[in-house]
Structures are given as C-alpha cells and as structure tokens.
Design a protein around this ligand. Structure first.
Ligand code: GTR
Length: 401
C-alpha cells in the first residue's frame, strides 16, 4: 500500500514538475532575447587607474586579468617543476614521401620525485623555410585523429596540408596530462605532480592542465633547431579551443593563438547566455574549470570579467577566432563580439589601425588583419581543412610582415 502510495506521489511529482525540469533545459538561440549587459572595462585597473600605455597594460592590467581568470574561471597553472627532459622515441627523416621529418618526442616532467610524460608528435617540412614555423594542435579527440603513421588521415589535423604549406605540424593528446573524463581527470598531472591544486578553490583543473601541456610542447620547440619557436601558433577546437585561449593568454611565447568554435568558457561572451551557459557547462563538465567558476551559475553578471578579457590578454600577440554558422551552441556572434572588443587593446594600446568589420561577417568571409583573424565557416561544429587553411593564410601574412 505505502509503496503504491509513494509510487503515485513520485509519478505526480514528475508530471507536475516536468515543465520546471524541462524549463531548465531550454537554451536561448534568439538574438532578441539576449539580455542587456555591460562588459567590465579593459582599460581601467582594479585600483581605478586608466590604462593608456603598453607599460600599464603589460605590467598592471594584463597580469590583473590573468589573476582574475585564475581565481574565477580556470584556476592557477603552475609554472614550476624540478626537471623537464626530451627524448626522441621514434623518428623518420623521410616521412610523407620524403616531404617531412617525423619526430615523436617524449617530454618528461618531474616534481617531488614523481613524473609524467607527454608524447609530442611532430612533422617538420624538409623543404621550404628553415627553421620552420609551427602549429600545435591540442587534441582532445580520439587518437586516430593524430595518427603519426599517417595510415589514418583525418581532416581534423591535416598534417600533410600543413607540411605542403611549409608549416611544421605538432600535436599531443590531452589524456597525457589530464583525461577528458569527470572521474579520472585528476589521474595524471593533478594527482602526480600538483596534488595541492585539488584542494584549492582556484586550483588547476582539466583546461588548465591541457594549457600546461601545450606550454611543455613550447619548451621543446625552443630546443629544436629545426623549429622557429618565434613563429608558433597554438590551436584548439571547442574544449581544446578554450584551452588554447588560456594557453595564449598566459604564455607570451606563442605568436598566434587560435580558438576554433570554443564557445562558452572560450571565446564567447558569457553574459549573452546564448547557446551553452555557465551553469550548463559547470554541470556537464565540472572538471574543466576551477571550483570558483560555479559561483557564476545563473549569475554571469557577477563575474568580474568576461571572455573579451581573455582575448585581450593575448595582446600584443595575434589572435584568431573561428566559428561555424550551424554551431549556435558556441554562439558565433558572442565569439565575434569578444574578439572585436578584446582586440581594442591591439588598436588602442599597440596602435594597429586595421579594424574588424562593424557587424558579424557573412559565412566564408574571413578577415585577416595583422593582429587578429576571424571567419565563420559554413557547416557544423568541427575543425576542418578549410579552417586550417585560413589559419595558415593568416600566419603567412603575419610572418611576411
Ligand atoms: C560540448 C560542450 C562545449 C564544447 C564541445 C566540444 O559538449 O558543451 O562546451 O566544448 O562539447 O568540445 O566539442
């Protein structure tokens, strides 16, 4: 009897609450329903001082912004360890029919007598400019996307195309630093090298760990005479794009930072609440961001920052934001607006004169300025050869200057 009664109650509860449960799952895709918001000012320090010079930007405002992202969004990324070593574990100087030199490099980092190893896959063009400029992909997709044997070739990482165009193609898999998994994300660098971060409200989590991995790849580029580390771009798609932005924002060694469809917690303005929201991302992927980011679930206006500031903190270095027209979940307009507002630093502090279009550009109409790139590709959420060719067109121009 009681059981039946309880069952009945649960049934009624579910039926009655269905609209509420359902309502929580509705996301806005209607531009007219984007709330009014105001973005934190890039050009005023926390002490209220105006920022008008590159010195004020580089020594006061930019470090302040990085700290805000550490404390409220991604957590701190540690930059100390005891040792790093590099060992080429597989090599083929005549890969890709002699067009490339393949090196698979184990990067081993140790701290407090513990160590982890990241496998870097690197193809260097045998022809063309020497040393070669390089693009590093932070790969979160299945390992066959970055097959070093090239038996499997995917559009996601068109290494042959990069080589033909004179770029070294580098990549690593995020699982070497932090699994892209709620249960096991902490099994690698977090528990092994930096366990104290797991106790910190602003401790490193998944995206920070992936950025840390990208920085270790840069440590290697600086030691390989075949690579021109002054011409290095870091690229990520979607969750990898969020990590790429966080890498480029913190680490000034990257000449170009590329976000492909990074959306919420990446290039898109959080306050717009268009497509994916802060609450939704923290609920589905609690291990990507630092714990403090939960404070802003349904509370975006309380953020002391927004994602335009992440893009700004890449300045004066170049930044590229790519979107896809059908990828509304990632809010292409919000990504463009963040780029447009964030790169005011390039214009107002570093005196670049070229400007991005006033309004959201049309599909397949890229803008490649000397400090910022943008395109909206036709099609769905993905990283494709079209996107890569745009990144290389942009880099060709930037490096020719
Ligand atoms: C989605 C997530 C996005 C984006 C995407 C991806 O499920 O909501 O923020 O990161 O995954 O990485 O493809």
């Amino acid at each position: 009897m009681i059981t039946n009664y309880l069952r009945g109650m649960i049934f009624c509860f579910l039926i009655l609450c269905q609209p509420i449960l359902y309502a929580q799952e509705v996301f806005n895709y209607d531009e007219s329903k984007v709330p009014a918001y105001s973005l934190p000012d890039l050009f005023v320090t926390q002490a209220g001082e105006p920022v008008t010079t590159s010195t004020a930007w580089e020594f006061v405002r930019r470090p302040e912004i990085i700290r805000l992202f550490e404390d409220h969004v991604y957590g701190q990324v540690p930059n100390t360890f005891d040792a790093v070593s590099f060992s080429v574990v597989n090599e083929d100087p005549r890969a890709m029919d002699g067009l490339a030199h393949l090196k698979e490099v184990d990067i081993t980092i140790s701290r407090n007598n513990k160590q982890i190893t990241i496998r870097l896959i690197l193809f260097i063009p045998t022809k063309g400019t020497k040393p070669a400029p390089v693009f590093l992909l932070i790969n979160h997709r299945a390992p066959e996307n970055i097959d070093p044997s090239r038996k499997i070739k995917m559009d996601f990482w068109p290494a042959e195309t990069l080589i033909q165009r004179g770029y070294a193609a580098a990549t690593f898999h995020v699982q070497d630093v932090a699994d892209d998994n709620k249960e096991t994300f902490d099994a690698d660098i977090l528990r092994t090298l930096y366990p104290e971060h797991l106790q910190m409200a602003n401790g490193m989590r998944g995206l920070g760990a992936w950025a840390w991995g990208a920085m270790r790849a840069m440590d290697y580029f600086l030691r390989d005479p075949a690579i021109d580390a002054t011409k290095a771009g870091v690229v990520g798609h979607s969750r990898g794009g969020k990590a790429a932005l966080w890498t480029g924002a913190q680490d000034p060694r990257w000449a170009i930072t590329v976000s492909n469809e990074s959306g919420c917690g990446g290039a898109a303005i959080s306050r717009r609440k268009f497509g994916e929201t802060v609450k939704r991302i923290n609920t589905n992927f609690p291990y990507w961001f630092t714990d403090n980011f939960n404070t802003y679930n349904d509370n975006e206006d309380a953020l002391p920052l927004d994602q335009h500031m992440l893009i700004a903190s890449i300045a004066p270095r170049a930044v590229y934001v790519a979107s896809a027209v059908e990828d509304e979940w990632a809010d292409p307009k919000g990504e463009f607006l963040a780029l447009k507002v964030g790169t005011r630093v390039h214009r107002e502090i570093y005196k670049h004169t070229a400007v991005l279009p006033e309004k959201l550009p049309g599909t397949n109409e890229p803008s490649h300025l000397p400090y910022a790139g943008h395109h909206i590709r036709d099609g769905k959420h993905n990283l494709t050869s079209y996107d890569w060719n745009q990144f290389m067109d942009f880099a060709d121009k930037l490096y020719a200057h």
